[in-house]
Write a protein that binds this ligand. Structure first.
Ligand code: IMP
Length: 201
């Protein structure tokens, strides 16, 4: 019987990306959509590491299975790292990707191209009985002047990763997965998942 791993997320985009990365491993992947009674965490930590660890531990406590949690966001240097851990709710509640993008573009209006540097950061937390692990990935780039593209979610339409002139939202899912912060975090976590889950017996 394959080992089971629960993704501590209800974000369908994140779940799809993480499922894709995990697809090469013989793991049965579940998510919080399979555990509707588990409450969503109030993400009030000061760092991605703190939020990812809290999400993973809370979910592990509820489902009693190995858990992988992601906390991620966009850090804009001109804005001293904001929205950062506030990425999901940057324009307030109820959370809206369009409103978040609008607020960020408003704050960046008139800022010269060379001062629009930013990075997406993802921190993954793995919790298994008796152990926890963290891994992170960063994708450097710039904030676009206006939204472009319709793929993906969140800040995808206004983030241009280094090495292309397209936004994340203009890339195909495969192209995004090849370079994204989440794929880089997963590359750093992959060996730990193999050690903790697949070679643990
Ligand atoms: P979290 O669920 O608290 O980790 O929220 C992460 C937020 O960061 C999301 O709601 C998005 O606004 C943003 N974010 C994280 N990863 C991505 C991505 O791959 N593309 C676009 N936005 C992202």
């Amino acid at each position: 019987m394959p080992v089971r791993l629960v993704l501590a997320s209800r974000n369908t985009h994140k779940i799809a990306e993480l499922r894709f990365f995990l697809s090469g491993l013989s793991i049965e992947v579940l998510s919080l959509e399979d555990f509707p009674w588990v409450p969503s965490l109030i993400e009030d930590g000061a760092t991605f590491e703190e939020n990812a660890t809290k999400k993973a531990l809370q979910t592990f406590g509820a489902v009693n299975l190995p858990v992988l949690a992601d906390d991620s966001g966009l850090e804009v240097f001109y804005l001293n790292g904001r929205p950062g851990v506030y990425s999901a709710r940057y324009a307030g509640e109820p959370a809206s990707d369009a409103a978040n993008n609008e607020r960020l573009l408003r704050e960046m209006r008139g800022v010269a191209p060379r001062r629009r540097r930013a990075q997406f950061r993802a921190v993954l937390a793995l919790v298994v009985p008796g152990a926890s692990e963290l891994a992170q990935g960063v994708c450097p780039g710039t904030v676009a002047e206006e939204p472009r593209g319709t793929n993906g979610f969140g800040y995808d339409p206004i983030f241009v990763p280094d090495g292309t002139s397209k936004t994340y939202a203009e890339l195909t899912q495969d192209e995004k997965n090849a370079i994204s912060h989440r794929s880089r975090a997963f590359a750093n976590m992959r060996g730990l998942i193999e050690t903790r889950l697949l070679h643990a017996k």
